[in-house]
Design a protein around this ligand. Structure first.
Ligand SMILES: [Zn+2]
Length: 163
């Protein structure tokens, strides 16, 4: 590994340590030329398999981009989007597989996005599930309404218990 300080072509590992429950290895390196130390992180590449069969490395930045697009004009801040992308990455990495189909990544986005913003969720779901008629939207909206009614009923019941 090249030294980031003096660009010397080599460096020596002085310490290696697991982090994130063994998901990462951090290495402390020392440059024999300038003597400075720096840290590198090693992590297994998680490959996303697209419908076409092409694989690409999992990218949290890509998740953020897709979700941000769905959230355009909605009252959703960047922090919430970053947090959602982190949740998605944790979900897909928790499967422990070296490869994951892209539709599973989409699936991992849908749940937390529904909790974040229902309109953004509908936009995302319409693309992801390729809605092609109003009936598809109606069905999805009815599901959202039913979930909202269930939440409201739970809240009323909880309020009843405390009063
Ligand atoms: Zn150096």
């Amino acid at each position: 590994m090249r030294c980031p300080y003096c660009r010397h072509a080599d460096s020596r590992v002085v310490d290696s340590r697991e982090a994130d429950d063994g998901q990462l290895i951090r290495r402390r390196r020392s440059c024999p030329e300038c003597g400075k130390r720096f840290t590198t992180v090693e992590e297994a590449v998680l490959a996303v398999v697209k419908r076409s069969g092409v694989t690409e490395p999992f990218s949290r930045t890509k998740i953020v981009g897709g979700v941000r697009k769905a959230c355009q004009g909605r009252p959703v801040d960047e922090d919430s989007i970053a947090l959602l992308a982190q949740k998605v990455e944790e979900t897909v990495r928790a499967k422990g597989a070296a490869e994951i189909p892209s539709h599973e990544v989409g699936l991992a986005i849908l749940g937390p996005l529904r909790d974040l913003d229902e309109v953004a969720y509908l936009r995302f779901a319409s693309v992801y599930r390729s809605f092609d008629s109003l009936a598809d939207f109606e069905r999805e909206i009815e599901t959202l309404r039913a979930a909202a009614r269930a939440r409201a009923a739970d809240a009323v019941e909880a309020a009843g218990r405390t009063s």
